[in-house]
Design a protein around this ligand. Structure first.
Ligand code: NOJ
Length: 564
């Protein structure tokens, strides 16, 4: 396949590490960098080529590292700067590149810049933050923080307020200030010099704010309002993103993946790709839904049929244009198995087909730690067992909306983001082998049944299926097809099935994924070779193919004259 402008990262296979929960080595109950180094061989064995590590910079950990108090230091709970450099080198030896999380929409209130800003509200550092005069002893306006409550915090002893779109301890930076922007570019340079391969760029769609000078009509019982157009991808953001690319990112051949919520398809090339602000983006068109929602009522066919047009549309529009980063899990979401599969049907077949459905689409596939062994949510008996502030705020919001405590907890158990933050289940030893100390967050008690070690030794495990998926994507015979081939929806009418072809001028494969517990029959009379199957057989007779419950297959069509 002859493709212009190939980039190394087009063929990346990514893995997200949530450092607090990956592997503890000094028994303080918190995952650390030596723990990551310890598992590099496992990641290599799985076939990973890029790891994205959620923030490891110095932080008071109010938002588990997404509140940075010193961008140039590694937090001691994770290790030292030297250990991080060693991680980069050790990863490189195994053909793995490392991405850091770049959290530059906000800092921690413990950052030196913020402390100095508070000491002198007329000084230089006050201009690093978004600070406004209150109105009649009230906040400057009634914007709601994304984590609940007012987005403004009063500065003690003044009538001024600072903006925090996330927690109170995460003050938003003022990107309108060129001096601040220069400081941020220096941070990027600092880490790139250490051999970093790029960044996942946090909350970057929020850096531009269009300030409302008065209260807007409220949209909830709290009297507050969410005004996305004023602080999510707000008009004029391109100026900042373009400068970030030109002044910081474009100096080296790096991979930058922006957390970008939703970008209008007409503007994809502006945002990502060869001339875009970033290499790729994580968007969230598919993450807000769960099969446990009342509208889907645990009916997988209903759920898949709802998602299908969204999945297909995005894939078709991306062809020959851009590379999305494809994922089903991250540290802000409940586990994918709980979102896509009815609880009683979670198992090897449903978990493997869930991996298959997104893994072969056009884009960079990313696995979130634990997904490869089928980790699931661990619902709590009381709200106090959760740590995350956003989770507690959401719980309070539910109470405010009239839910009972029991109803609110049920809802939180379904949708909270700490579901995916339970420690990685490495083996059947105490605390799943994550720590010999007390884990910072409770380990899911199902670890004797679901753990890495046991799956590593079992050729029929989910872990080994993920390995096979990666091997197939990397197979030199198909690699270019999987990376650059067009993605074309297939068997659109087959309810509960997500199917697509990947096609180039001389090759074609079909991915057929039955995401329901019913067998589904489709017409298929071409000759094919099975490249991957999560069952031991595939039934085909008289031009009809039967996909068993949760069966997924990757087939290479032989009827095309593919020159072999
Ligand atoms: C998005 C991150 O993924 C999330 O974990 C964090 O709380 C917010 N950005 C704020 O940084």
């Amino acid at each position: 396949m002859d493709v212009k402008n190939k980039k190394w990262w087009h063929e990346a296979i990514g893995y997200q590490i949530y450092p607090k929960s990956f592997q503890d080595t000094n028994n303080d109950g918190i995952g650390d960098i030596p723990g990551m180094i310890e598992h590099l061989d496992d990641l290599k064995d799985l076939g990973i080529t890029v790891i994205w590590i959620s923030p490891i910079n110095l932080s008071p950990m109010v938002d588990h590292g997404y509140d940075i108090s010193d961008y140039l230091q590694i937090d001691p709970s994770f290790g030292t700067n030297e250990e991080f450099e060693l991680l980069i080198q050790e990863a490189e030896k195994r053909g793995i590149k490392v991405l850091m999380d770049l959290v530059i929409n906000h800092t921690s209130t413990q950052h030196e810049w913020f402390k100095r800003a508070m000491e002198d509200l007329d000084g230089e550092y006050a201009k690093y933050y978004v600070i406004q005069e209150g109105r009649d002893d009230q906040p400057p306006n009634n914007w709601r923080s994304m984590f609940g409550g007012s987005a403004w915090e009063k500065i003690a002893g003044t009538n001024k307020y600072y903006l925090h779109l996330f927690t109170v301890e995460q003050p938003d930076l003022n990107w309108e200030n060129p001096a601040l922007r220069q400081e941020l570019y220096k941070i990027v340079e600092f880490w790139l010099e250490k051999g970093l391969a790029g960044f996942r760029v946090d909350a970057i769609s929020h850096i531009k704010k269009i300030y409302d000078e008065e209260n807007l009509p409220s949209d909830g019982p709290d009297g507050l309002v969410t005004v996305w157009e004023n602080y999510r991808d707000a008009k004029g953001i391109g100026e900042f993103l373009g400068e970030l690319r030109d002044m910081a990112f474009s100096k080296q051949d790096i991979l930058t993946i922006a957390e970008m919520d939703v970008v209008d398809p007409e503007r994809w090339e502006e945002y990502f790709g060869d001339n875009g602000y970033f290499s790729s983006i994580f968007d969230f068109y598919h993450t807000a839904y769960t099969i446990q929602d009342k509208t889907f009522d645990n009916d997988s066919e209903k759920f898949v049929e709802f998602l299908k047009p969204l999945v297909y549309k995005k894939q078709e529009l991306a062809n020959d244009r851009v590379f999305f980063t494809n994922f089903v899990e991250n540290h802000d979401l409940p586990r994918a198995l709980n979102r896509f599969i009815p609880k009683e049907e979670i198992g090897y077949h449903s978990a493997s087909v869930l991996g298959m459905f997104y893994f072969f689409m056009r884009g960079i596939p990313v696995i979130y730690q634990g997904q490869e062994i089928g980790m699931v949510d661990y619902p709590k008996d009381t709200i106090d067992e959760y740590i995350d502030l956003a989770t507690h705020n959401n719980y309070q919001d539910y109470l405010l909306k009239g839910l009972t405590e029991k109803e609110a907890l049920t809802q939180i158990n379904i949708e909270n983001r700490e579901n995916s933050r339970t420690p990685m289940q490495w083996n059947d030893q105490p605390n799943a082998g994550f720590t010999e100390g007390t884990p910072w967050f409770a380990v899911n008690p199902n670890y004797p049944e679901i753990n890495y070690q046991q799956q590593k030794d079992d050729p029929k495990s989910l872990l080994n299926f993920y390995k096979k998926m990666i091997q197939l994507r990397k197979n030199p015979e198909y690699k270019d097809l999987f990376v650059y081939g067009k993605s074309i929806p297939d068997f659109v009418e087959a309810a509960g099935v997500i199917a697509y072809q990947r096609k180039s001028a001389d090759q074609m494969i079909s991915a057929l994924c039955n995401l329901t517990n019913q067998a589904v029959v489709v017409e298929y009379d071409a000759e094919f070779e099975i490249l991957l199957n999560n069952y031991t057989e595939l039934k085909q007779a008289a031009g009809l193919m039967t996909l068993q419950p949760y069966q997924g297959v990757i087939l290479e069509e032989k009827s095309l004259d593919n020159g072999k």
